[in-house]
Design a protein around this ligand. Structure first.
Ligand SMILES: NC(=O)c1ccc[n+]([C@@H]2O[C@H](COP(=O)([O-])OP(=O)(O)OC[C@H]3O[C@@H](n4cnc5c(N)ncnc54)[C@H](O)[C@@H]3O)[C@@H](O)[C@H]2O)c1
Length: 385
């Protein structure tokens, strides 16, 4: 029998909601590239419920316990005495979410001799030391595509919020109880006619490009895997060989690459300094792709007119993290990929992966990041160790 250790974020501060705000959510059978939505044999939850917090348990308890497996769910993840680190040494499976990541470092992996499977309930497995997973024969799998559109919508929202300076205007109404139109207009522009670029046009990046096309903007992108010519022509995309060519060419840049050795710290003083004065940078990918203090400096100097995103390092960030107080930012907590709509999909994908693993049947190739001692599936396309 297997021990499954699941690290989830805390319930809402005022308790687990007795009912969701809406009775149902749209059913998505297929993702934009034709990949089918998760196909577990069954689920023990109602889509639209809060599943990603501790009491939601990703809807897994009945399924696992009926088969005699042990499920431990906790939000307590930091330090030697945390429930996560105390339960890890005899765990067979760890499930974690990027929103509240249980950092599976090489050192922790060395203390978990039974660990065979690390599931990311969401997308982005950089909280797992992939090299250590390769070396220790651990399979890493994630819920590919489950929240890609969720994140794309968030990025588009934040691009518009920055360019139009939405949040300060909202605060004039709620906090100041005021009506100074000039205060609201002094940094507010139209997106129309601007150049917008994405760094990485994978599942999220292409969805951002598609959603922005009707805004009559010039679309640019870079990716180490170039898109098919017909997609470039359809969206009238300008391709850049690398981010150093993309950054100075656009007014707005949205980051959608995974965090791995090629992308860590990429947006430093030099790269951000090559952008036009008054550019906007949105990062819903991973915080460590940007140099934390270079972002603050660029907002203070006016090189960046705005920065937004939902990803921080570490997570949760300390209360004095400089991104909480820097000027002209539109940051949210790491929430874009954990809408209730996304939760239904990644909870179902997590169940599907567990069903496969527990019955010894293959996990879908597109869910795999590391398998059999090497990068595999989606991981071999998007990551480097
Ligand atoms: N904020 C959130 O809630 C949230 C949710 C999901 C995913 N994400 C992040 O977004 C990332 C992308 O997700 P996705 O579903 O689009 O993944 P994806 O695998 O579909 O796309 C990743 C793309 O990045 C490209 N790429 C990788 N390294 C690159 C490099 N050095 N230069 C240029 N391009 C590079 C790949 O070729 C690929 O096209 C994830 O890895 C994750 O870190 C965040």
């Amino acid at each position: 029998m297997a021990k499954i250790l699941c690290v989830l974020y805390d319930d809402p501060a005022d308790g687990f909601p007795p009912s969701p705000a809406r009775d149902d959510i749209p059913t998505i059978d297929r993702y934009p590239d034709g990949q089918s939505a998760p196909t577990p044999e069954a689920v023990d939850f109602h889509p639209g419920e809060l599943l990603g917090s501790v009491s939601g348990e990703l809807g897994l308890r009945r399924f696992l316990e009926q088969q005699g497996h042990e499920l431990v769910v906790t939000s307590d993840k930091e330090g030697d005495h945390s429930v996560f680190q105390r339960e890890l040494p005899d765990a067979d499976v760890v499930i974690s979410q990027p929103f509240w990541p249980a950092y599976l470092t090489a050192e922790l992996i060395s203390r978990a001799p039974r660990l065979k499977l690390a599931i990311t309930a969401g997308i982005g497995s950089d909280h797992v030391d992939l090299e250590a997973a390769v070396d220790n024969g651990i399979t890493v799998a994630e819920a590919t595509y489950s929240n890609s559109i969720s994140v794309a919508e968030h990025a588009v929202m934040q691009i518009l919020a920055l360019v139009r300076d939405y949040l300060p205007a909202h605060r004039i109404v709620t906090d100041d109880r005021g009506w100074n139109i000039a205060d609201a207009a002094r940094r507010s522009y139209d997106l129309e006619g601007m150049s917008v670029g994405v760094m990485a046009a994978g599942r999220i990046g292409i969805a951002v490009l598609r959603r922005l096309a009707p805004f009559d903007v010039a679309l640019h992108y870079t990716d180490k895997n170039r898109l098919p010519t017909e997609v470039e022509e359809e969206l009238n995309l300008v391709f850049h060989e690398d981010v150093h060519s993309l950054a100075p060419a656009v007014d707005v840049l949205s980051i959608h690459a995974p965090l791995h050795p090629e992308t860590k710290g990429l947006f430093d003083d030099e790269l951000i300094g090559s952008m036009k004065r008054g550019s906007y940078l949105v990062n819903t990918a991973r915080a460590a792709i940007c140099d934390r203090d270079a972002v603050v400096r660029a907002l203070e100097s006016g090189r960046l007119a705005g920065y937004a995103g939902d990803v921080w390092h570490p997570q949760p960030p300390p209360t004095d993290h400089p991104w909480r107080d820097m000027p002209h930012h539109g940051m949210t907590p790491h929430v874009s990929g954990t809408t209730l709509s996304a939760q239904a999909r990644y909870a179902a994908a997590t169940r599907e992966i567990l069903e496969n693993w527990l019955s010894g049947t293959p996990i879908r190739d597109e869910y795999l990041i590391v398998d059999q001692g090497r990068l595999a599936g989606s991981g071999s396309r998007s990551y480097t160790t």
